[in-house]
Structure formats: structure tokens, C-alpha cells
Design a protein around this ligand. Structure first.
Ligand code: SME
Length: 166
């Protein structure tokens, strides 16, 4: 794989439909999770230009926390620097992890406990990455516009995270 990404204008669905086969090509034959996450967020950022797009991975917490308690830890992302650790049930990411479901937040200030990594963030979508029945990571996307994400994003982003090989 050595080609540039083909970035297209069009409806949101058309943009995802153009991107998905290209992401499949990027992931083909590669099983390293970090490498694959890095290319997925780079491709999404390049096509959509969102404020922030990145993964948080479920990992064992610092020794200070209660034993056996996992946390979300910052993983490949594109955008401004971000908070590194999120506890289960905290913020949009920790809630998506706890509930094992996609969350769409049209106005982040109205989400109780939202974690503001960037003051520019206005809306957000978080998609859990599943292995068997466990959440092993989440994909978090932030926009500097209100109400930027809907069911179309949910459908295609869930498809994209299901392509991750590891
Ligand atoms: N807003 C997220 C935290 C992660 S940053 O947006 C990159 C949340 O509430 O979980």
C-alpha cells in the first residue's frame, strides 16, 4: 500500500462509501492493532476534517487504583492533545464503554459528566470496539459544530471499527 487516500466531496454517506474500501485496503494483511487504529483515524481525519478523532483502549489501571480495575487509555488519534485516562462510566467515552453501545451527543455541554479535552468541542460520537462480547476500545470523534453526528455516522463508523483486525 503506497497510494494516497482519495478524498471526495459529496453527501456524508457518499464520503463514507468512498472511504470504506480504502480503509479495507489499508488494513488488509496487517494485524497490529496500533498500526491499524493509526491508519483508521488518519483516514477519517483526512476525509472529514473533524476536530478530533481517536481511539481509547481498555487497559489495566495504574497501581494506585483498586486492583483489577481497567481504564480507557489514549491510543492513536488525530487532533489536539487529549486527556490520557478515562474511568469506566465517566464522560461520553466511559459511558459508551460501560453500556457497550454507540452514543451520539448533539451538545456536549448537555451530557452529564462530559470530559472536555478541548474547549472547542461541541458535539461527539463514541463507538465501542468489540471483541467477542467485550469492549476492548472506543472510537471517539469530536466536532467543533453542534449536532454534527447522526445515525449515518453511527452506521458507517460501526462498520469501520468492525474492520479492525487484531
Ligand atoms: N469528551 C470525551 C473525552 C475524550 S476527548 O473528547 C478526546 C468524553 O467525555 O468521554
Amino acid at each position: 500500500m503506497a497510494e494516497d487516500l482519495s478524498i471526495i466531496p459529496g453527501t456524508k454517506a457518499e464520503q463514507y462509501q468512498s472511504l470504506i474500501p480504502q480503509i479495507k485496503g489499508l488494513l488488509e494483511g496487517e494485524t497490529d492493532l496500533v498500526a491499524n487504529m493509526a491508519n483508521v483515524v488518519a483516514a477519517l481525519k483526512e476525509q472529514f476534517g473533524w476536530l478530533w478523532v481517536g481511539f481509547y483502549v481498555v487497559k489495566p489501571s495504574f497501581a494506585k487504583a483498586p486492583k483489577g480495575e481497567d481504564e480507557l487509555v489514549l491510543a492513536p488519534f488525530q487532533g489536539p492533545v487529549a486527556c490520557t485516562r478515562i474511568k469506566k462510566g465517566r464522560g461520553v467515552c466511559g459511558t459508551s464503554w460501560a453500556q457497550a453501545k454507540t452514543l451520539i451527543v448533539p451538545d456536549v455541554e448537555k451530557f452529564p459528566g462530559h470530559i472536555a479535552c478541548s474547549s472547542l468541542s461541541r458535539s461527539e460520537i463514541v463507538i465501542p470496539v468489540m471483541r467477542d462480547n467485550d469492549v476492548i476500545a472506543v472510537l471517539d470523534v469530536d466536532s467543533n459544530e453542534y449536532n454534527r453526528f447522526d445515525e449515518t455516522d453511527q452506521t458507517y463508523l460501526e462498520k469501520i471499527v468492525s474492520l479492525l483486525q487484531f
